[in-house]
Design a protein around this ligand. Structure first.
Ligand code: ZN
Length: 428
């Protein structure tokens, strides 16, 4: 059945402008027409008057970890909860993200193979959730970001149910990539530096070697899988770009050489600025260990300035949250968008593009991310216009409805008026 959403302000994300007094026609799971209400084909069977409301594309979170729930430190990701609990957390988080307006996500690190499992369950209609591009465990090296636990307890086999998989050398990382492709991943996630979140491997430490990174990207590329590389240290960013990663995650110590490397190799950056600000500003209030908070306090201003320079240089920024922590719960992607306006200096339109068109294109969801005829009808109906006040998107009361594939997945649309002519009911 055709449905026309009329008289709305519509941000299509095709460009930075919004249409006013516009109509979006949804036919089944797809958009069939977008344009000024005056040119509306008026052949829809049901008409929903969206006067005063704003329609934007469904949001994309390009850096999700569906298994994260109330995390405060590396130990609460894994040691405090079994794999079975993590699977349930991931299913519940998927539904929650959809209800907040995220109609697509890329999961960049899970336990076991949970993200692929949730992806398939959502695609089969068994679970509610965003469209998911899934990776498996984060490929790490010994002593790297993912080697989270003390050596006196942990050995390789104990990492089977962990967030990370440890590999050594070019052939070691190739082996893991091959197995992950067999297990159904869309993306391969690896790490090339430490993180302020793991006191055993700080953010400015390089981890995976260029030789290993090249082998990993080569193996993944040969199998049609792009690579997302966690890279916080200066050289890890440059190495990730040279090796062939499609996206660099975080990019804290990004300098001019790093910016040039990202430009030279057409690499997008997913900065996760909102999380780092949340660590620095309210980590202690939520039980984040002091050394993790202090680490982020040292870098978060420098990081925001680096991302602003990268944006000015023309690097594609994609919005991702890294959320699911006690101080930054699932749905932090909404805050991430606001951070681009408030700390990077983007216009609200540019910030929304990072969470719609740019993110959808880069993560490989070509059929969503903009409101255009032929695309899947993933869209949000908002009470107010986020181009005027970007914080609108963080207000649950301002989210009227979430539509995914032409179906209302959360909230409620205003009651439709049945169009007698288009429905074939006739008059009299
Ligand atoms: Zn992450």
């Amino acid at each position: 059945m055709k449905l026309a959403l009329t008289n709305a302000t519509v941000f299509t994300a095709v460009d930075e402008e919004a249409l006013t007094e516009a109509t979006v026609v949804v036919d089944g799971e797809r958009i069939s027409w977008v344009g000024p209400a005056a040119e509306d084909p008026a052949d829809a069977a049901a008409v929903v008057d969206c006067r005063g409301k704003t329609i934007i594309p469904g949001l994309v979170d390009a850096h999700a970890h569906l298994v994260y729930d109330g995390v405060t430190d590396p130990y609460t990701i894994e040691l405090s909860r079994p794999l079975e609990r993590a699977a349930i957390d991931a299913a519940l988080n998927a539904e929650r993200l959809l209800s907040l307006g995220f109609t697509s996500v890329r999961d960049v690190g899970t336990r076991g193979n949970i993200a692929v499992t949730i992806r398939d369950a959502v695609a089969a209609g068994k679970l509610l959730g965003p469209r998911i591009k899934a990776s498996k465990q984060i490929i790490s090296v010994w002593g790297g970001l993912g080697d989270l636990h003390p050596t006196h307890i942990f050995r390789r086999e104990q990492y089977a149910a962990a967030l990370t998989e440890i590999a050594s050398g070019p052939w070691g990382v190739r082996d893991v990539v091959r197995q992950q492709v067999k297990d159904g991943v869309d993306w391969v996630k690896c790490e090339a530096s430490g993180t302020g979140f793991n006191p055993l491997c700080p953010a400015d430490r390089d981890t995976m070697s260029l030789e290993e990174l090249k082998a990993l990207c080569d193996e993944a590329g040969a199998k049609g899988r792009p690579v997302a590389c966690h890279a916080e240290s200066r050289d890890s960013i440059i190495n990730a770009a040279k090796a062939g990663a499609r996206t660099v995650e975080h990019a804290i110590f990004l300098d001019d050489d790093g910016i040039q490397a990202l430009l030279d190799h057409d690499v997008a950056v997913c900065p996760t600025l909102g999380l780092y600000t949340a660590f620095a500003e309210k980590g202690l209030d939520f039980g984040i260990p002091r050394e993790i908070v202090e680490s982020h306090r040292r870098t978060h201003e420098l990081h925001a300035a680096a991302i602003a320079r990268a944006h000015d240089a023309g690097i594609t920024i994609i919005a991702g949250s890294d959320s699911g922590l006690a101080n930054f719960p699932q749905g932090g992607g909404l805050e991430e968008i606001c951070t681009y306006v408030e700390r990077v200096g983007m216009s609200p339109a540019k910030a929304l593009l990072c969470a719609t068109r740019h993110a959808a294109r880069v993560i490989g969801h070509e059929e969503v991310g903009t409101l255009e005829a032929g695309k899947l009808a993933d869209l949000l109906v908002l009470e107010r216009n986020p181009l005027k006040d970007v914080r609108t998107i963080t207000d649950p009361a301002a989210l009227t409805a979430v539509m995914q594939g032409g179906r209302v997945a959360a909230g409620e649309l205003p009651a439709p008026v049945v169009n007698a002519v288009a429905s074939g009911a006739g008059v009299g």
